[in-house]
Ligand binder design. Structure first.
Ligand code: GLN
Length: 550
Protein backbone atom coordinates (compact mmCIF):
# COMPACT_ATOMS: atom_id res chain seq x y z
CA UNK A 1 0.00 0.00 0.00
CA UNK A 2 1.19 3.49 -0.85
CA UNK A 3 1.79 6.31 1.63
CA UNK A 4 -0.19 9.54 1.44
CA UNK A 5 1.01 13.10 1.69
CA UNK A 6 -1.63 15.83 1.89
CA UNK A 7 -0.82 19.42 1.04
CA UNK A 8 -3.18 22.07 2.42
CA UNK A 9 -2.94 25.84 2.17
CA UNK A 10 -3.65 28.66 4.59
CA UNK A 11 -3.76 32.45 4.95
CA UNK A 12 -4.29 33.22 1.26
CA UNK A 13 -4.63 31.56 -2.11
CA UNK A 14 -1.94 31.71 -4.82
CA UNK A 15 0.90 30.69 -2.50
CA UNK A 16 2.01 28.03 -4.96
CA UNK A 17 0.73 24.83 -3.37
CA UNK A 18 0.95 23.11 -6.74
CA UNK A 19 4.61 24.00 -7.11
CA UNK A 20 5.44 22.89 -3.55
CA UNK A 21 3.58 19.61 -4.10
CA UNK A 22 5.33 19.09 -7.47
CA UNK A 23 8.74 19.95 -5.98
CA UNK A 24 8.32 17.50 -3.13
CA UNK A 25 7.20 14.86 -5.62
CA UNK A 26 10.23 15.59 -7.79
CA UNK A 27 12.61 15.11 -4.86
CA UNK A 28 11.01 11.82 -3.81
CA UNK A 29 11.08 10.66 -7.43
CA UNK A 30 14.75 11.67 -7.70
CA UNK A 31 15.40 9.47 -4.65
CA UNK A 32 13.99 6.46 -6.51
CA UNK A 33 10.40 6.40 -5.26
CA UNK A 34 7.37 6.05 -7.53
CA UNK A 35 5.29 9.17 -6.96
CA UNK A 36 2.12 10.71 -8.35
CA UNK A 37 0.19 13.86 -7.45
CA UNK A 38 -3.54 14.52 -7.48
CA UNK A 39 -5.56 17.68 -7.01
CA UNK A 40 -8.88 17.94 -5.17
CA UNK A 41 -10.74 21.13 -6.03
CA UNK A 42 -13.59 22.44 -3.91
CA UNK A 43 -15.73 23.99 -6.66
CA UNK A 44 -18.97 22.49 -7.92
CA UNK A 45 -18.17 22.38 -11.63
CA UNK A 46 -17.74 18.69 -12.45
CA UNK A 47 -14.46 19.63 -14.13
CA UNK A 48 -12.91 22.94 -15.19
CA UNK A 49 -13.70 22.28 -18.87
CA UNK A 50 -16.65 24.67 -18.86
CA UNK A 51 -14.81 27.44 -17.01
CA UNK A 52 -13.73 30.63 -18.70
CA UNK A 53 -9.90 30.88 -18.53
CA UNK A 54 -10.33 34.16 -16.63
CA UNK A 55 -11.69 32.08 -13.71
CA UNK A 56 -8.93 29.54 -13.05
CA UNK A 57 -6.50 29.93 -15.94
CA UNK A 58 -5.92 27.36 -18.64
CA UNK A 59 -7.75 24.08 -18.79
CA UNK A 60 -5.18 21.28 -18.90
CA UNK A 61 -5.96 18.05 -20.79
CA UNK A 62 -4.60 14.59 -19.99
CA UNK A 63 -3.88 11.72 -22.42
CA UNK A 64 -7.09 10.00 -21.39
CA UNK A 65 -9.12 13.10 -22.16
CA UNK A 66 -9.76 14.64 -18.72
CA UNK A 67 -10.18 18.42 -18.66
CA UNK A 68 -8.34 19.39 -15.50
CA UNK A 69 -6.89 22.11 -13.30
CA UNK A 70 -3.67 23.68 -14.57
CA UNK A 71 -1.72 22.32 -11.58
CA UNK A 72 -1.75 18.94 -13.30
CA UNK A 73 0.41 20.60 -15.95
CA UNK A 74 3.00 21.42 -13.27
CA UNK A 75 2.87 17.84 -12.01
CA UNK A 76 3.61 16.50 -15.48
CA UNK A 77 6.26 19.10 -16.27
CA UNK A 78 8.10 18.30 -13.03
CA UNK A 79 7.67 14.53 -12.88
CA UNK A 80 7.77 13.77 -16.61
CA UNK A 81 5.05 11.14 -16.20
CA UNK A 82 1.47 11.49 -17.46
CA UNK A 83 -1.49 12.11 -15.17
CA UNK A 84 -5.02 10.83 -15.84
CA UNK A 85 -8.74 11.23 -15.12
CA UNK A 86 -8.14 10.05 -11.53
CA UNK A 87 -5.67 12.85 -10.75
CA UNK A 88 -8.19 15.70 -10.58
CA UNK A 89 -11.38 15.52 -8.55
CA UNK A 90 -13.84 18.33 -7.82
CA UNK A 91 -16.67 18.68 -5.33
CA UNK A 92 -18.99 18.51 -8.35
CA UNK A 93 -17.59 15.14 -9.38
CA UNK A 94 -17.92 13.78 -5.82
CA UNK A 95 -21.53 14.90 -5.51
CA UNK A 96 -22.35 13.63 -8.99
CA UNK A 97 -21.14 10.13 -8.02
CA UNK A 98 -23.00 10.14 -4.71
CA UNK A 99 -26.23 11.49 -6.25
CA UNK A 100 -26.09 8.96 -9.09
CA UNK A 101 -25.69 6.16 -6.53
CA UNK A 102 -28.62 7.54 -4.55
CA UNK A 103 -30.77 7.48 -7.70
CA UNK A 104 -29.74 3.89 -8.32
CA UNK A 105 -30.96 3.04 -4.83
CA UNK A 106 -27.50 2.12 -3.57
CA UNK A 107 -28.06 3.67 -0.14
CA UNK A 108 -31.00 1.39 0.64
CA UNK A 109 -33.33 4.00 2.07
CA UNK A 110 -30.79 5.73 4.33
CA UNK A 111 -30.43 9.51 4.55
CA UNK A 112 -27.52 10.57 2.33
CA UNK A 113 -25.30 13.10 4.15
CA UNK A 114 -22.06 15.05 3.81
CA UNK A 115 -20.64 12.89 6.59
CA UNK A 116 -20.28 9.97 5.94
CA UNK A 117 -21.38 9.68 2.29
CA UNK A 118 -19.61 12.64 0.72
CA UNK A 119 -16.51 12.20 2.89
CA UNK A 120 -16.45 8.44 2.13
CA UNK A 121 -16.47 9.18 -1.59
CA UNK A 122 -13.67 11.74 -1.13
CA UNK A 123 -11.62 9.19 0.84
CA UNK A 124 -12.24 6.49 -1.77
CA UNK A 125 -10.88 8.79 -4.46
CA UNK A 126 -7.98 9.96 -2.31
CA UNK A 127 -6.84 6.34 -1.90
CA UNK A 128 -7.57 5.23 -5.48
CA UNK A 129 -4.16 5.93 -7.03
CA UNK A 130 -2.48 4.22 -4.09
CA UNK A 131 -3.91 0.84 -5.07
CA UNK A 132 -2.40 -1.81 -7.40
CA UNK A 133 1.14 -1.07 -6.22
CA UNK A 134 1.69 1.52 -8.94
CA UNK A 135 3.03 4.22 -6.60
CA UNK A 136 4.97 4.34 -3.34
CA UNK A 137 3.71 7.82 -2.49
CA UNK A 138 0.55 9.65 -3.52
CA UNK A 139 0.58 13.38 -2.91
CA UNK A 140 -2.83 15.03 -2.67
CA UNK A 141 -3.10 18.77 -3.06
CA UNK A 142 -6.28 20.20 -1.52
CA UNK A 143 -7.41 23.25 -3.46
CA UNK A 144 -8.67 26.39 -1.73
CA UNK A 145 -7.68 27.79 1.64
CA UNK A 146 -8.23 26.23 5.06
CA UNK A 147 -11.24 27.84 6.71
CA UNK A 148 -13.26 28.07 3.47
CA UNK A 149 -16.71 26.53 3.90
CA UNK A 150 -16.33 24.57 0.69
CA UNK A 151 -13.07 22.84 1.59
CA UNK A 152 -14.41 21.49 4.91
CA UNK A 153 -15.43 18.02 3.62
CA UNK A 154 -11.94 17.54 2.12
CA UNK A 155 -10.22 18.48 5.37
CA UNK A 156 -12.62 16.17 7.24
CA UNK A 157 -11.68 13.34 4.85
CA UNK A 158 -7.99 14.00 5.59
CA UNK A 159 -8.77 13.94 9.33
CA UNK A 160 -10.47 10.57 9.01
CA UNK A 161 -7.65 9.11 6.94
CA UNK A 162 -5.06 10.38 9.44
CA UNK A 163 -7.02 8.48 12.08
CA UNK A 164 -7.76 5.34 10.06
CA UNK A 165 -4.36 4.73 8.49
CA UNK A 166 -1.22 3.75 10.39
CA UNK A 167 0.64 6.77 11.78
CA UNK A 168 3.50 6.36 9.29
CA UNK A 169 1.21 6.23 6.25
CA UNK A 170 0.17 9.88 6.21
CA UNK A 171 1.91 13.24 6.24
CA UNK A 172 0.17 16.61 6.28
CA UNK A 173 2.09 19.55 4.86
CA UNK A 174 0.52 22.95 5.45
CA UNK A 175 1.62 25.86 3.26
CA UNK A 176 1.22 29.34 4.72
CA UNK A 177 2.43 32.89 4.32
CA UNK A 178 4.81 34.75 6.63
CA UNK A 179 4.28 38.35 5.53
CA UNK A 180 7.07 40.89 5.77
CA UNK A 181 5.96 44.29 7.07
CA UNK A 182 8.24 46.75 5.40
CA UNK A 183 7.47 49.63 7.77
CA UNK A 184 8.22 47.51 10.84
CA UNK A 185 11.02 45.60 9.02
CA UNK A 186 9.60 42.44 10.51
CA UNK A 187 8.30 39.03 9.47
CA UNK A 188 4.95 38.25 11.06
CA UNK A 189 3.94 34.77 12.17
CA UNK A 190 0.42 35.51 13.44
CA UNK A 191 -1.47 34.67 10.21
CA UNK A 192 0.33 31.30 10.16
CA UNK A 193 -0.57 30.65 13.79
CA UNK A 194 -4.22 31.42 13.04
CA UNK A 195 -4.28 29.26 9.98
CA UNK A 196 -2.78 26.27 11.81
CA UNK A 197 -5.24 26.81 14.65
CA UNK A 198 -8.09 26.76 12.14
CA UNK A 199 -6.80 23.52 10.63
CA UNK A 200 -6.45 22.02 14.12
CA UNK A 201 -10.02 23.05 14.95
CA UNK A 202 -11.08 21.05 11.93
CA UNK A 203 -9.23 18.11 13.48
CA UNK A 204 -6.11 17.98 11.31
CA UNK A 205 -2.72 18.61 12.78
CA UNK A 206 0.02 19.42 10.24
CA UNK A 207 3.34 17.58 10.45
CA UNK A 208 5.22 20.15 8.40
CA UNK A 209 4.69 23.88 7.89
CA UNK A 210 6.03 25.36 4.68
CA UNK A 211 6.31 29.14 4.95
CA UNK A 212 6.16 31.30 1.85
CA UNK A 213 8.24 34.37 2.57
CA UNK A 214 10.01 37.24 0.87
CA UNK A 215 12.76 37.33 3.53
CA UNK A 216 14.85 34.54 5.03
CA UNK A 217 13.39 33.03 8.22
CA UNK A 218 15.66 33.63 11.22
CA UNK A 219 16.14 30.78 13.74
CA UNK A 220 13.92 32.76 16.16
CA UNK A 221 11.08 32.98 13.67
CA UNK A 222 11.39 29.27 12.92
CA UNK A 223 11.30 28.49 16.64
CA UNK A 224 8.30 30.72 17.14
CA UNK A 225 6.34 29.10 14.30
CA UNK A 226 7.34 25.66 15.60
CA UNK A 227 6.32 26.43 19.18
CA UNK A 228 2.98 28.05 18.44
CA UNK A 229 2.04 25.62 15.69
CA UNK A 230 3.18 22.58 17.64
CA UNK A 231 5.68 21.09 15.17
CA UNK A 232 9.41 20.41 15.52
CA UNK A 233 11.65 23.35 14.49
CA UNK A 234 13.15 21.29 11.63
CA UNK A 235 9.60 20.81 10.29
CA UNK A 236 9.33 24.55 9.66
CA UNK A 237 10.38 24.95 6.04
CA UNK A 238 11.34 28.20 4.40
CA UNK A 239 9.95 28.68 0.89
CA UNK A 240 11.48 31.96 -0.21
CA UNK A 241 10.48 33.59 -3.50
CA UNK A 242 12.46 31.97 -6.33
CA UNK A 243 13.53 33.42 -9.67
CA UNK A 244 11.92 30.47 -11.45
CA UNK A 245 9.54 27.74 -10.30
CA UNK A 246 12.15 25.20 -11.43
CA UNK A 247 14.45 26.34 -8.59
CA UNK A 248 11.92 25.29 -5.97
CA UNK A 249 12.80 21.56 -5.83
CA UNK A 250 16.41 22.47 -5.05
CA UNK A 251 15.31 25.01 -2.44
CA UNK A 252 13.10 22.36 -0.83
CA UNK A 253 15.99 19.90 -0.89
CA UNK A 254 18.19 22.41 0.98
CA UNK A 255 15.41 22.69 3.56
CA UNK A 256 15.22 18.85 3.74
CA UNK A 257 11.48 18.76 3.06
CA UNK A 258 11.87 15.36 1.39
CA UNK A 259 13.90 13.87 4.25
CA UNK A 260 11.43 15.04 6.88
CA UNK A 261 8.58 13.42 4.92
CA UNK A 262 10.58 10.20 4.47
CA UNK A 263 11.28 10.05 8.19
CA UNK A 264 7.61 10.58 9.09
CA UNK A 265 6.62 7.88 6.60
CA UNK A 266 9.25 5.56 8.04
CA UNK A 267 10.74 4.99 4.58
CA UNK A 268 14.36 4.02 5.10
CA UNK A 269 15.31 2.84 1.63
CA UNK A 270 16.04 5.73 -0.67
CA UNK A 271 18.90 6.97 -2.81
CA UNK A 272 20.75 10.26 -3.00
CA UNK A 273 18.63 12.53 -5.23
CA UNK A 274 19.47 12.08 -8.94
CA UNK A 275 18.85 15.56 -10.34
CA UNK A 276 21.66 15.95 -12.87
CA UNK A 277 19.36 16.55 -15.87
CA UNK A 278 17.28 18.96 -13.83
CA UNK A 279 20.36 20.94 -12.81
CA UNK A 280 21.69 20.93 -16.37
CA UNK A 281 18.36 22.42 -17.50
CA UNK A 282 18.52 25.07 -14.76
CA UNK A 283 22.05 26.05 -15.76
CA UNK A 284 21.01 26.54 -19.36
CA UNK A 285 17.95 28.46 -18.26
CA UNK A 286 19.98 30.81 -16.09
CA UNK A 287 22.83 31.47 -18.49
CA UNK A 288 21.37 31.84 -21.99
CA UNK A 289 23.67 32.69 -24.86
CA UNK A 290 21.13 34.48 -27.03
CA UNK A 291 17.66 35.97 -26.88
CA UNK A 292 14.52 35.92 -29.03
CA UNK A 293 11.29 37.85 -28.76
CA UNK A 294 8.13 35.87 -29.42
CA UNK A 295 4.70 37.45 -29.83
CA UNK A 296 1.89 35.52 -28.14
CA UNK A 297 -1.34 36.53 -29.82
CA UNK A 298 -4.37 35.74 -27.73
CA UNK A 299 -7.46 37.22 -26.20
CA UNK A 300 -6.87 36.24 -22.56
CA UNK A 301 -3.45 37.84 -22.29
CA UNK A 302 -4.33 39.92 -19.21
CA UNK A 303 -4.20 36.67 -17.26
CA UNK A 304 -0.87 34.85 -17.58
CA UNK A 305 -2.32 31.60 -16.24
CA UNK A 306 -4.58 31.37 -19.29
CA UNK A 307 -1.57 30.31 -21.39
CA UNK A 308 0.42 28.57 -18.64
CA UNK A 309 1.51 25.48 -20.56
CA UNK A 310 2.53 27.52 -23.62
CA UNK A 311 4.68 29.82 -21.49
CA UNK A 312 6.31 26.88 -19.72
CA UNK A 313 6.92 25.08 -23.01
CA UNK A 314 8.82 28.20 -24.12
CA UNK A 315 10.93 28.01 -20.96
CA UNK A 316 11.83 24.36 -21.72
CA UNK A 317 12.51 24.98 -25.40
CA UNK A 318 14.47 28.16 -24.67
CA UNK A 319 16.76 26.34 -22.22
CA UNK A 320 17.43 23.57 -24.72
CA UNK A 321 18.39 26.21 -27.31
CA UNK A 322 20.41 28.11 -24.66
CA UNK A 323 18.30 31.07 -25.58
CA UNK A 324 16.21 33.42 -23.47
CA UNK A 325 12.65 33.52 -24.78
CA UNK A 326 11.02 36.83 -24.09
CA UNK A 327 7.29 36.50 -24.63
CA UNK A 328 5.44 39.67 -25.61
CA UNK A 329 1.70 39.50 -25.18
CA UNK A 330 -0.25 40.99 -28.03
CA UNK A 331 -3.99 41.37 -27.61
CA UNK A 332 -5.64 40.02 -30.75
CA UNK A 333 -8.60 42.40 -30.42
CA UNK A 334 -6.37 45.41 -31.03
CA UNK A 335 -4.45 44.23 -34.10
CA UNK A 336 -5.54 45.94 -37.29
CA UNK A 337 -4.13 46.08 -40.81
CA UNK A 338 -2.92 49.60 -40.07
CA UNK A 339 -0.97 48.80 -36.90
CA UNK A 340 0.12 45.21 -37.53
CA UNK A 341 3.66 45.96 -38.70
CA UNK A 342 4.19 48.33 -35.80
CA UNK A 343 2.88 45.74 -33.30
CA UNK A 344 4.71 42.72 -34.75
CA UNK A 345 7.70 44.38 -36.42
CA UNK A 346 10.16 43.65 -33.63
CA UNK A 347 9.30 39.99 -33.16
CA UNK A 348 11.41 36.95 -34.03
CA UNK A 349 8.48 34.56 -33.98
CA UNK A 350 4.70 34.59 -33.73
CA UNK A 351 2.50 32.16 -31.83
CA UNK A 352 -1.24 32.38 -32.34
CA UNK A 353 -2.92 30.86 -29.29
CA UNK A 354 -5.84 28.47 -28.87
CA UNK A 355 -9.25 29.89 -28.08
CA UNK A 356 -12.99 29.89 -28.60
CA UNK A 357 -15.51 32.28 -30.08
CA UNK A 358 -15.51 35.40 -32.19
CA UNK A 359 -13.65 37.95 -30.05
CA UNK A 360 -10.25 38.91 -31.48
CA UNK A 361 -10.53 36.64 -34.53
CA UNK A 362 -9.84 39.21 -37.27
CA UNK A 363 -6.75 40.42 -35.36
CA UNK A 364 -5.40 36.88 -35.31
CA UNK A 365 -5.98 36.50 -39.05
CA UNK A 366 -4.20 39.80 -39.72
CA UNK A 367 -1.27 38.67 -37.58
CA UNK A 368 -0.98 35.36 -39.46
CA UNK A 369 -0.91 37.24 -42.75
CA UNK A 370 1.91 39.43 -41.51
CA UNK A 371 3.95 36.37 -40.48
CA UNK A 372 3.27 34.56 -43.77
CA UNK A 373 4.19 37.52 -45.94
CA UNK A 374 7.27 38.56 -43.95
CA UNK A 375 8.93 35.19 -43.42
CA UNK A 376 8.40 35.55 -39.65
CA UNK A 377 8.46 32.10 -37.96
CA UNK A 378 4.84 31.16 -37.28
CA UNK A 379 3.33 28.59 -34.94
CA UNK A 380 -0.45 28.25 -34.65
CA UNK A 381 -2.04 26.09 -31.99
CA UNK A 382 -5.60 24.76 -32.39
CA UNK A 383 -7.61 27.94 -33.05
CA UNK A 384 -4.28 29.46 -34.17
CA UNK A 385 -3.97 26.76 -36.83
CA UNK A 386 -7.57 27.30 -37.90
CA UNK A 387 -6.85 31.04 -38.31
CA UNK A 388 -3.86 30.22 -40.52
CA UNK A 389 -6.17 28.14 -42.72
CA UNK A 390 -8.74 30.94 -42.99
CA UNK A 391 -6.04 33.51 -43.75
CA UNK A 392 -4.62 31.33 -46.52
CA UNK A 393 -8.07 30.76 -48.01
CA UNK A 394 -8.88 34.48 -48.01
CA UNK A 395 -5.58 35.97 -49.12
CA UNK A 396 -3.92 33.26 -51.21
CA UNK A 397 -6.82 31.25 -52.63
CA UNK A 398 -8.90 34.41 -52.99
CA UNK A 399 -11.93 33.00 -51.19
CA UNK A 400 -12.78 36.30 -49.53
CA UNK A 401 -15.62 35.10 -47.30
CA UNK A 402 -13.88 31.93 -46.08
CA UNK A 403 -14.48 31.37 -42.38
CA UNK A 404 -15.02 28.85 -39.62
CA UNK A 405 -18.63 27.92 -38.90
CA UNK A 406 -17.78 28.53 -35.23
CA UNK A 407 -17.66 32.26 -35.94
CA UNK A 408 -19.95 32.47 -38.96
CA UNK A 409 -22.37 29.54 -39.20
CA UNK A 410 -23.66 30.84 -42.56
CA UNK A 411 -20.35 31.28 -44.37
CA UNK A 412 -20.54 30.03 -47.97
CA UNK A 413 -16.96 28.77 -47.56
CA UNK A 414 -16.58 26.83 -44.30
CA UNK A 415 -12.88 25.98 -44.61
CA UNK A 416 -13.06 25.15 -40.90
CA UNK A 417 -16.18 23.16 -40.08
CA UNK A 418 -17.77 21.42 -37.12
CA UNK A 419 -16.62 17.80 -36.84
CA UNK A 420 -19.28 15.32 -37.93
CA UNK A 421 -19.30 13.64 -34.50
CA UNK A 422 -19.96 17.02 -32.87
CA UNK A 423 -23.09 17.84 -34.88
CA UNK A 424 -25.50 15.93 -32.64
CA UNK A 425 -23.92 17.14 -29.37
CA UNK A 426 -25.67 19.82 -27.32
CA UNK A 427 -24.20 19.42 -23.82
CA UNK A 428 -21.07 21.48 -23.20
CA UNK A 429 -19.19 19.63 -20.43
CA UNK A 430 -16.62 17.02 -21.49
CA UNK A 431 -17.99 16.70 -25.02
CA UNK A 432 -15.18 18.08 -27.20
CA UNK A 433 -12.71 15.85 -29.03
CA UNK A 434 -10.48 15.35 -26.01
CA UNK A 435 -7.20 13.67 -25.19
CA UNK A 436 -4.60 11.75 -27.16
CA UNK A 437 -5.12 10.72 -30.78
CA UNK A 438 -2.57 9.37 -33.25
CA UNK A 439 -1.27 11.39 -36.17
CA UNK A 440 0.69 10.19 -39.20
CA UNK A 441 3.30 12.53 -40.61
CA UNK A 442 4.23 12.97 -44.27
CA UNK A 443 7.85 12.23 -45.06
CA UNK A 444 10.10 15.13 -46.10
CA UNK A 445 7.83 17.69 -44.44
CA UNK A 446 8.78 20.28 -41.82
CA UNK A 447 6.74 18.24 -39.32
CA UNK A 448 8.84 15.18 -40.13
CA UNK A 449 12.02 17.15 -39.65
CA UNK A 450 10.71 18.33 -36.27
CA UNK A 451 9.51 15.00 -34.91
CA UNK A 452 11.92 12.72 -36.79
CA UNK A 453 9.26 10.01 -36.91
CA UNK A 454 6.10 9.22 -38.83
CA UNK A 455 3.84 8.29 -35.95
CA UNK A 456 3.05 10.64 -33.11
CA UNK A 457 0.33 11.01 -30.51
CA UNK A 458 -0.80 14.41 -29.27
CA UNK A 459 -3.56 15.77 -27.04
CA UNK A 460 -6.65 17.56 -28.31
CA UNK A 461 -9.45 19.83 -27.18
CA UNK A 462 -11.62 21.09 -30.03
CA UNK A 463 -14.90 20.77 -31.93
CA UNK A 464 -13.99 22.22 -35.32
CA UNK A 465 -11.59 20.87 -37.96
CA UNK A 466 -10.08 21.55 -41.37
CA UNK A 467 -12.73 20.93 -44.03
CA UNK A 468 -11.22 18.27 -46.29
CA UNK A 469 -13.43 19.33 -49.22
CA UNK A 470 -10.94 22.19 -49.69
CA UNK A 471 -7.73 20.20 -49.18
CA UNK A 472 -6.74 19.78 -52.87
CA UNK A 473 -7.13 23.49 -53.45
CA UNK A 474 -4.95 24.31 -50.43
CA UNK A 475 -2.25 21.81 -51.30
CA UNK A 476 -2.08 22.95 -54.93
CA UNK A 477 -1.41 26.49 -53.68
CA UNK A 478 1.28 25.45 -51.15
CA UNK A 479 -0.44 24.87 -47.82
CA UNK A 480 0.14 21.18 -47.14
CA UNK A 481 -1.55 18.87 -44.66
CA UNK A 482 1.63 17.24 -43.35
CA UNK A 483 -0.04 15.40 -40.48
CA UNK A 484 -3.36 13.56 -40.44
CA UNK A 485 -5.28 11.26 -38.15
CA UNK A 486 -4.77 7.81 -39.76
CA UNK A 487 -8.32 6.67 -38.99
CA UNK A 488 -10.42 9.70 -39.91
CA UNK A 489 -8.07 11.73 -42.16
CA UNK A 490 -8.68 14.74 -39.89
CA UNK A 491 -5.98 17.30 -40.68
CA UNK A 492 -3.69 17.63 -37.67
CA UNK A 493 -0.82 19.71 -39.12
CA UNK A 494 -0.64 22.31 -41.88
CA UNK A 495 2.54 23.93 -43.14
CA UNK A 496 3.88 26.16 -45.92
CA UNK A 497 6.88 24.76 -47.73
CA UNK A 498 7.77 28.16 -49.22
CA UNK A 499 8.17 29.76 -45.78
CA UNK A 500 11.22 29.36 -43.46
CA UNK A 501 9.00 28.13 -40.61
CA UNK A 502 5.23 28.12 -40.78
CA UNK A 503 3.31 25.41 -38.94
CA UNK A 504 -0.20 25.10 -37.54
CA UNK A 505 -1.29 22.19 -35.37
CA UNK A 506 -4.83 21.18 -34.46
CA UNK A 507 -3.61 19.60 -31.21
CA UNK A 508 -1.98 21.09 -28.10
CA UNK A 509 1.76 20.28 -28.08
CA UNK A 510 2.29 22.58 -25.09
CA UNK A 511 0.56 20.03 -22.84
CA UNK A 512 3.31 17.47 -23.38
CA UNK A 513 6.37 19.66 -22.90
CA UNK A 514 8.33 18.82 -19.74
CA UNK A 515 11.66 19.90 -18.25
CA UNK A 516 13.23 16.62 -19.29
CA UNK A 517 11.42 16.39 -22.64
CA UNK A 518 10.93 19.84 -24.16
CA UNK A 519 8.41 19.60 -26.97
CA UNK A 520 10.04 19.31 -30.42
CA UNK A 521 7.71 21.80 -32.14
CA UNK A 522 8.55 24.44 -29.53
CA UNK A 523 12.25 23.56 -29.73
CA UNK A 524 12.30 23.97 -33.53
CA UNK A 525 10.17 27.10 -33.42
CA UNK A 526 12.68 28.76 -31.08
CA UNK A 527 15.52 27.55 -33.31
CA UNK A 528 13.80 29.19 -36.29
CA UNK A 529 13.23 32.38 -34.28
CA UNK A 530 16.94 32.40 -33.39
CA UNK A 531 17.86 32.12 -37.06
CA UNK A 532 15.42 34.93 -37.88
CA UNK A 533 16.91 37.14 -35.16
CA UNK A 534 20.47 36.46 -36.34
CA UNK A 535 19.54 37.35 -39.91
CA UNK A 536 17.99 40.61 -38.71
CA UNK A 537 21.21 41.39 -36.80
CA UNK A 538 23.36 40.77 -39.87
CA UNK A 539 21.19 43.06 -41.94
CA UNK A 540 21.48 45.69 -39.23
CA UNK A 541 25.29 45.42 -38.94
CA UNK A 542 27.22 48.36 -40.49
CA UNK A 543 29.30 46.10 -42.78
CA UNK A 544 26.21 44.44 -44.16
CA UNK A 545 24.42 47.74 -44.58
CA UNK A 546 27.36 49.12 -46.46
CA UNK A 547 27.25 46.07 -48.69
CA UNK A 548 23.52 46.49 -49.20
CA UNK A 549 23.92 50.16 -50.04
CA UNK A 550 26.99 49.44 -52.14
N1 GLN B 1 -12.62 26.82 -30.94
C1 GLN B 1 -11.86 25.89 -31.74
C2 GLN B 1 -12.53 24.53 -31.81
O1 GLN B 1 -13.27 24.17 -30.94
C3 GLN B 1 -10.45 25.78 -31.25
C4 GLN B 1 -10.32 25.19 -29.88
C5 GLN B 1 -9.00 25.42 -29.24
O2 GLN B 1 -8.23 26.33 -29.65
N2 GLN B 1 -8.70 24.69 -28.20
O3 GLN B 1 -12.25 23.79 -32.71
Amino acid sequence: MAKFIFVTGGVTSSLGKGIIAASLAKLLQARGLRVTIQKFDPYINVDPGTLNPYEHGECYVTDDGAETDLDLGHYERFLNIPTSQANNVTTGRIYQTVINKEREGAYLGRTVQVVPHITDEIKRRMLLLGQDNKFDVVITEIGGTVGDIESLPFVEAVRQLQWELPEEDTVVVHLTLIPYLRAAKELKTKPTQHSVRMLSQEGVHPDIIVCRTEEALSPEIRRKVALFCNVKPEAVIEAADASTIYEVPLAMMREKLDLICLRKMNITEYAEPELSRWKEFLDKLKYPKSKVTIGLIGKYIELQDAYKSILEAFVHAGALNECKVQVVNVHSEFITEENVSEKLGNLDGLLVAPGFGLRGIEGKITAVRYARENGLPFFGICLGMQMAVIEFARNVLGIKDAHSTEMNPDTPHPVIDLMEAQKSITAKGGTMRLGAYPCTIKSSSLAHKIYDTEHISERHRHRWEFNNAYLDQFEAAGMVASGKNPDTQLVEIVELSSHPFFIGVQYHPELKSTVENPHPVFVHFIKAAKAFAEKKETVKSPVMQKELIG
